[in-house]
Design a protein around this ligand. Structure first.
Ligand code: ADP
Length: 250
């Protein structure tokens, strides 16, 4: 589904990505681990289009997307959770979901020519979908709360929900477990599993919570110093001496 081929990235004289190649199969959940500064976020930035590689290329669903803008990648189904705007604090949880729908009737070029009835129907469909998503992420009870007031874990669920409002095929999840309590963590894991098992989503996730990586991810890729150290199943990666050394040097 995705292949990154020999990516390099320089920030001035500093090389953050060093000939990094990964490939991600359709309907996999790939875990991206590595010590701080390994280049995980930089790799996400390159895949999502926030940064351009100094050299190398990125192929998504058979198309070279290296020169596409982030929104063009998004339109092809490559979604980074925070590529969807961070929650609008003053809007409700439900409205936050509705904001993400790819075809907002009010924003459509042709909307001036659409009858109010068509516009209202589209809005109703978006609202219905948002309600279904809310039910799935189990946040219906706080649908009308301002998103700024919900907990960190609920925000992570909302992020996942907003992904579902798009036509996502590959989702880049940035530390879905960070700052989340154990109960919500299990819930987030279950939702990721469901999206993967039942709806065919493909995920790459950066995560420091090794239990989550072990439970969800196959394969696991460990990065260090801007490149891939090793790729394999969790146990193989965890016990690799190079990986242990990379973490020790953190
Ligand atoms: P990780 O996500 O694995 O912790 P990062 O991708 O954030 O690692 O960072 C990799 C290296 O690149 C780090 O040394 C970091 O300081 C550097 N880096 C990342 N972004 C920039 C930037 N915009 N300018 C300069 N250096 C950067």
């Amino acid at each position: 589904m995705l292949s990154c081929e020999k990516l390099t990235k320089f920030f001035g004289p500093f090389q953050a990505m060093n000939d990094c190649s990964i490939s991600v199969g359709a309907n996999s959940i790939t875990g991206l681990i590595g010590p701080n500064g390994a280049g995980k976020t930089t790799l996400f930035n390159l895949i999502a289009g926030a940064h351009r590689p100094t050299s190398g290329k990125i192929v998504f669903l058979g198309e070279d997307i290296s020169d596409l803008a982030p929104n063009q990648r998004f339109a092809r189904g490559l979604v980074r959770t925070f590529q969807i705007p961070h929650e609008f604090h003053h809007l409700t949880v439900l409205e936050n979901l509705m904001m993400v729908a790819p075809h907002q009737p009010g924003e459509r070029f042709l909307s001036n020519w659409l009858s109010p009835m068509t516009t209202r129907r589209a809005e109703r469909q978006t609202r219905d979908k948002a309600r279904d998503v809310l039910e799935f992420i189990e946040l219906t009870h706080i649908a009308s709360q301002p998103a700024g007031l919900i907990s960190g874990g609920q925000k992570k669920l909302l992020e996942l929900g907003r992904t579902m409002m798009t036509d996502a095929k590959l989702v880049l999840l940035d530390e879905p477990a960070a700052g989340v309590n154990r109960t919500l963590l299990r819930k987030i894991e279950q939702k990721i599993e469901y999206l993967h098992d039942k709806l065919g989503y493909t995920f790459i996730l950066i995560e420091h919570d090794m239990e989550m990586i072990e439970r969800l991810c196959q394969p696991v890729i460990c990065m260090a110093e801007g490149k891939v150290l090793i790729e394999g199943d969790f146990r193989t990666v965890r016990s690799d001496p190079q990986v242990l050394e990379a973490y020790l040097g953190e």
